[in-house]
Design a protein around this ligand. Structure first.
Ligand code: GDP
Ligand code: MG
Length: 163
């Protein structure tokens, strides 16, 4: 069975951008509109001769009253159940926000292998980009730019090494 990598994080952190980069497609919708990906989206990728499945989600939106957001939330929870490894994306440009804390709490309870990924880090020193997110209590974050590709190769190497 191919390892399943699931992307989670609040809307607009860059999950779909990373999905497209990992799968080499433009399948996932990327937009400035938060919450655009309502369903789970499956793709596959290959890294150094190893194939993997990647799942994009509509994101986890704790305490949202919007029924469509609730649906995306349900989809994300279902995706998490099938995850062999979870990539939890956060946005360095927004910094650590309460929704990140809520998702971190949920993921700690879930107890799946997880990597904290600080996205939109282009043009920022690595230490500066990750400092704010240590407080999430999920270990050392990896910094990437899903849009420009920096750090994505290292991220895949690190994830596939432990899968
Ligand atoms: P999602 O809601 O988590 O799936 O986020 P999207 O992939 O749709 O991206 C949300 C917005 O962030 C879009 O405008 C993307 O172009 C932008 N974005 C994604 N990755 C990066 C990045 O690495 N750097 C910057 N500066 N913007 C990014
Ligand atoms: Mg999306």
């Amino acid at each position: 069975k191919l390892p399943v990598i699931v992307l989670v994080g609040r809307p607009n952190v860059g999950k779909s951008t990373l999905f497209n980069r990992l799968t080499g497609t433009r399948d996932a919708l990327v937009a400035d509109l938060p919450g655009l990906t309502r369903d789970r989206q499956y793709g596959s990728g290959v890294h150094e001769n190893r194939a993997f499945v990647v799942v994009d989600t509509g994101g986890l939106m704790p305490e949202s009253a919007d029924p469509l957001a609730a649906l995306a939330e349900e989809q994300a929870r279902m995706a998490l159940e099938e995850a062999d490894h979870v990539l939890f994306l956060v946005d360095v440009r927004q910094g650590r926000v309460p929704a990140d804390e809520a998702i971190a709490k949920h993921l700690r309870k879930l107890g799946k292998p997880l990597t904290l990924v600080v996205n939109k880090s282009e043009g920022r020193p690595r230490a500066e980009a990750s400092a704010d997110f240590f407080a999430l209590g999920l270990g050392e974050p990896l910094t990437i730019s899903a849009e420009q590709g920096q750090g994505v190769h290292q991220l895949l190497t690190a994830v596939l090494e432990v899968l």
